[in-house]
Design a protein around this ligand. Structure first.
Ligand code: FNR
Length: 184
């Protein structure tokens, strides 16, 4: 079986290291996973007033993309010890209308990264707190906190260290098993 994975990258920045990390994970993942990167930079802030029968087109597209996925991979930097607002906004939008959350039951994994040693631990766990109320079974192990992102990639965007590549492969392989288990 193959599984469609919706990938959410928390950074909107051109040249984002977090995006490179997400691309590396997708590269190293088993062939059973197919990745679709979902763009979140153009989503109007969630406002229930706009959530009528004709919500913003970008909101409708987001919800459809998530509904079509078998699993969700979040790859995020840390902003002030939490997740970036753009990612929070996407999560809020797809969680509504009440009772129609697109996230409901989707198996998930959380990978955080940063330029320093703390590796986005705060963001990682703030995000996990949200996934509880969204009822998304979230892979517990291996935990994925990727530090020193500035040293990770060569000029072509490839992960330089074989040890790091092996760890990313392990994360992706465990996630593939996690998704398969929850699809069954
Ligand atoms: C940051 N950064 C940051 N880093 C960190 O480890 N802990 C933090 O709390 C914060 N806070 C923070 C707030 C804001 C507003 C910005 C813009 C940045 C640094 C940030 O995580 C780092 O630049 C990442 O490398 C960003 O990832 P991208 O954009 O390269 O994917």
């Amino acid at each position: 079986d193959t599984f469609e994975i919706a990938v959410f990258v928390g950074s909107l920045r051109t040249g984002s290291l977090t995006r490179k990390l997400a691309e590396a994970l997708a590269d190293l993942a088993p062939a059973s996973l197919r990745f679709k990167f979902i763009e979140i930079g153009d989503l109007p802030f969630y406002n229930p007033d706009l959530d009528t029968d004709t919500p913003p087109a970008s909101w409708a597209r987001l919800r459809t993309d998530i509904a079509a996925a078998d699993g969700v991979l979040f790859v995020t930097p840390e902003y002030n010890r939490s997740i970036p607002a753009a990612l929070k906004n996407a999560i809020d939008i797809a969680s509504r209308p009440y009772g129609q959350s697109a996230w409901n039951g989707k198996p998930a994994a959380v990978v955080s990264g940063s330029g320093g040693a703390l590796a986005g631990f705060g963001a990682n766990h703030h995000l996990r707190q949200m996934l509880v109320v969204l009822d998304m079974p979230t892979m517990a192990q291996p935990e994925a906190y990727i530090g020193h992102l500035g040293d990770l990639f060569d000029a072509a965007g490839k992960v330089k260290s074989e040890d790091t590549r092996a760890f990313l492969r392990q994360i992706a392989t465990s996630f593939a098993a996690w998704v398969a288990r929850h699809a069954a």
